[in-house]
Write a protein that binds this ligand. Structure first.
Ligand code: AHR
Length: 504
């Protein structure tokens, strides 16, 4: 049985430009993300810095823009200057966030060389948990100032005379979370964020700053946190962060597939709060959202439990979730939500990039492989171009335990005025039924379908593994047809699809 949905597209209905920073990711000193992830000096493809070439190749194929670094919870106890200079004299430190030992083999200079190799933009997070204004100024001087003063000269001594000129900086991480080292009340954090931001701007007025928002829409302080924090620091920051992780609980696939309902709610609530602070403070600029941690993450599984007691390992296996086809459909749906909201979500980071809740997995010294979530991310990043369109959607609805009645279809489209290309991204959130989709494209003139792919499987719980990474891949969708400006296509249950059209 198949339900019927319709969407109408018009090039005049524009949300805003596709923001390349929507396709950012995250590299934290956590588990095997850095060590034996991006960095594995013994690997056959490693460069002089120890960075794996096979991983960089997949990072390029994934099509990412920014990479947030070095945490995450890790950053709230991090001393960045431990990890500069000769590697053999760097201290080993306890990492309280992940009950691990940080060997400091990779630091800001190595990361910036990896960034250049991977062709991505860095997004640097600073420690506002155990540290404050002075240490933020020190790392900013080290990274962004010309030589002639102490920290900038240290960078030159370490082989980098030219400033890195990092634009994007996160003012701490998840400071609303009681688990965070140096957790603060919104008043305390708002003051520290404002003081740090002001001082950093005195040194480098070209930077863009992200204040910590909520680490989930389920936090008791969600909404009031943003209100208090932004009331303190509105004028000196550019973005407020949002973090959200989703998982299927108790076999409730229907709610899980509708996870983007929560992401949409998260965005609209933070936009409303930021705009209320704007009105009350008589500000003119608007604060944007940096959705700088989002993904599917099964936090209750054994692989997410940090070591305990006297065990403080280097790069333990942690948060190495294996993803299913259904997980990939949810990731595709969350990207649809981020694009739909791209007038206010101007940066985002899939958390994380390698091994840790990641689209790319590695064996230490061995193979690299793609998780299911790699495909919707790579295809969306490679093909969303030009402007995001506002869709008129008429979808059947179904009940979910968590979100009540939801649209079965979720979709977004982009239009590249220069090439005339139109690209539709759609998921069928039904766990049982296929969906027939009609798309009215009359406003675009004469179009032809150039590509139609669907990612789905009879068993939505199929997972890729190092032994079998690719027996389920995105497939050509042969049901697609276009006549008289109307496109029709069948979307299987639990599926993600991309349909591309160009001027005929
Ligand atoms: O991405 C994993 C962790 O999730 C990050 O360290 C933290 O910021 C969030 O709680």
């Amino acid at each position: 049985m198949s339900d019927q949905a319709t969407i109408t597209l018009d090039p005049a209905f524009v949300v805003g430009p596709v923001q390349r920073r929507t396709f950012g990711t995250f590299v934290e000193h956590l588990g095997r993300c850095v060590y034996s992830g991006i960095h594995d000096p013994g690997h056959s493809t490693a460069d002089a810095d120890g960075f794996r070439g096979d991983v960089v190749d997949l990072v390029k194929e994934l099509g990412i823009s920014t990479v947030r670094y070095p945490g995450g919870n890790f950053v709230s106890g991090y001393r960045w200057e431990d990890a500069i200079g000769p590697v053999e004299s760097r201290p080993r430190r306890l990492d309280l966030a992940w009950h691990s030992t940080e060997p400091n083999l990779v630091g800001v200079d190595e990361f910036m060389r990896w960034v250049a190799k991977a062709g991505v933009e860095p997004m640097m997070a600073i420690n506002l948990g155990t540290r404050g204004v002075q240490e933020a100024l020190d790392i900013l001087e080290y990274c962004n100032m010309p030589t002639g003063t102490y920290w900038a000269d240290k960078r030159a001594e370490n082989g980098h005379p030219e400033p890195y000129k990092i634009r994007l900086w996160c003012l701490g991480n998840e400071m609303d979370g009681p688990w965070q080292t140096g957790h603060k009340t919104p008043e305390e954090y708002g003051r520290v964020a404002a003081e740090t931001a002001r001082a950093m701007r005195q040194m480098d007025p070209d930077i863009e700053l992200v204040a910590c928002g909520s680490s989930g829409s389920g936090m008791d302080t969600f909404g009031s946190w943003e209100h208090t924090v932004l009331s303190e620091c509105y004028e000196v920051v550019d973005h407020v962060s949002a973090h959200a992780y989703y998982a299927e609980h108790d076999g409730d696939l229907a709610s899980f597939l509708a996870s983007a309902v929560d992401m949409d709610h998260f965005v609209s609530s933070v936009v409303a709060t930021a705009d209320a602070v704007r009105a009350a403070g008589k500000h003119t600029k608007r604060i944007m959202i940096s959705f700088d941690e989002w993904n599917v993450w099964y936090q209750d599984r054994a692989e997410s439990q940090p070591p305990e007691g006297d065990d403080w390992p280097v790069a333990p296996v942690l948060l190495e979730d294996k993803y299913s086809v259904a997980d990939a459909v949810v990731v595709g749906g969350l990207l649809i939500s981020l694009l739909r909201n791209s007038d206010r979500v101007q940066a985002a980071s899939l958390a994380q990039l390698v091994n840790v809740i990641a689209p790319i997995m590695t064996e230490p010294g061995g193979r690299v492989w793609k998780q299911t979530t790699f495909y919707p991310f790579a295809l969306t990043s490679q093909n969303a171009k030009g402007e995001v369109l506002r869709l008129a959607v008429d979808s059947p609805k179904h009940e979910t335990k968590k979100y009540g009645e939801v649209d079965t279809l979720d979709a977004v489209a982009t239009h590249d005025k220069e090439t005339g290309e139109v690209t539709i991204f759609a998921i069928n959130r039904s766990a049982e039924n296929a969906l027939s989709l009609d798309v009215a494209l009359h406003a675009f003139g004469d179009l032809a379908v150039t590509e139609a792919v669907t990612y789905a499987n009879d068993d939505p719980y199929w997972q890729a593994s190092v032994e079998d990474p690719d027996s389920v891949l995105p497939q050509e969708n042969t049901s697609v047809a276009l006549a008289d400006g109307k496109l029709t296509v069948e979307l299987p249950a639990v599926s993600w699809s991309m349909i591309k059209l160009a001027q005929a």
